[in-house]
Design a protein around this ligand. Structure first.
Ligand code: AHG
Ligand code: MN
Ligand code: MN
Length: 324
């Protein structure tokens, strides 16, 4: 069977050349990252880097390796005006006539690295609309303005999942030829959910709306929802959202009272917006208790946000519990 390769797919979809170059640059560097991950302990890349990032989190060696590889690959592309990374304190200026700004989470799910479990790279591409010299301000655009968003999932297969605003397509890495081939086009999330995804260990710290919503799910057939739900938690947003794109369900990382000043754990510009763009493109919904995430006007690049996303009808029910 002959399958469409990523470059051909992008040309067929009439994606602008400069945007194609950014997506292909990310695809290429992801192959190198996947090879480092596959070598694991043999390449001495597992374990802690011994430093803390701007988010106040301990970095793994692979967080740093993936960040450096992506930074170097993107900075070499004339279409890239500037970069912002979860692992970098400040935005980085690149080419003065580049058309795009790229934000990324170089390695999502880092706590999975040392247990040989799933991790990913998440990226978001925004148009550059500001002045010549790139500042943080230029990046502060609502997620709805993304020109493209996607992720690479380093699992049993390496997959690239992408939207340029015209649906969601999935590509699988052919590891013999190091190229991504189209394996699923037009992804669509079922409206009703049978699965939910949340870190249950934090239950006692959630707001009342979330506690009530999850308790009702746990009551299953005998409760007000009248049906049983299954639960999954990979501890890598990229893998949990991938499951939702493949077979539906709801994913949430709520605000929690242990760090009241912090609006949840997930980052708006590196996680919620790009994954949210994909989920909306696949017919799902993406909310905080207050409104749609893609409409949020960001205030700074490392901003965090409570996230409720996935099956359209289930997300609305969850938001409803918060608004009662
Ligand atoms: P990162 O590895 O980029 O810091 O992101 C991890 C995030 C997200 O991917 C995942 O859903 C969540 O943290 C897992 O959190 P818990 O530790 O609460 O399971
Ligand atoms: Mn992450
Ligand atoms: Mn990360």
């Amino acid at each position: 069977m002959s399958r469409t390769a990523l470059p051909e797919f992008l040309s067929n979809a009439a994606v602008p050349n400069e945007l194609q170059s950014v997506i292909l640059g990310l695809a290429e560097v992801s192959v190198t990252i996947s090879q480092a991950l596959a070598k694991g302990a043999l390449a001495g890349v597992l374990g802690a880097a011994g430093a803390e990032n701007v988010q106040g989190e301990d970095q793994k060696k692979l967080d740093v390796i993936a960040n450096d590889l992506i930074k170097e690959a993107l900075a070499a592309l004339p279409a890239v005006r500037g970069l912002a990374s979860e692992e970098e304190p400040d935005v980085l200026a690149c080419h003065t006539d580049g058309q795009y700004l790229v934000t990324f989470d170089p390695l999502d799910g880092s706590s999975n690295i040392d247990i040989n479990s799933m991790v990913g790279t998440i990226f978001s591409v925004l148009p550059h609309t500001g002045s010549a010299a790139v500042t943080e301000q230029d990046f502060l655009q609502p997620g709805r303005q993304q020109a493209a968003a996607g992720y690479i999932l380093y699992g049993p297969s390496v997959m690239l999942v992408l939207s340029t605003g015209n649906g969601v397509a999935m590509f699988t890495l052919d590891q013999d030829q190091n190229r991504y081939l189209l394996t699923e086009a037009d992804i669509s999330i079922p409206v009703e959910a049978k699965e939910f995804s949340i870190n249950m260990s934090n239950q006692r710290h959630w707001v009342a709306g979330m506690q009530h919503y999850i308790s009702d799910l746990l009551l299953g057939k005998e409760g007000p929802r009248g049906k049983d739900f299954n639960m999954r938690w990979v501890a890598a947003m990229v893998a949990d959202v991938h499951r939702i794109l493949c077979r539906g369900g709801l994913f949430t990382y709520p605000w929690d009272s242990r760090k009241p000043e912090q609006a949840g754990k997930l980052r708006l510009m590196y996680e919620a917006n790009p994954m949210g763009f994909l989920v909306e493109q696949a017919g799902g919904e993406v909310w905080t208790p207050e409104g749609k995430i893609l409409d949020i006007q960001p205030e700074h690049i490392h901003q965090r946000v409570p996230v409720i996303l996935g099956a359209a009808s289930e997300v609305k029910i969850c938001v409803d519990y918060h608004q009662r």
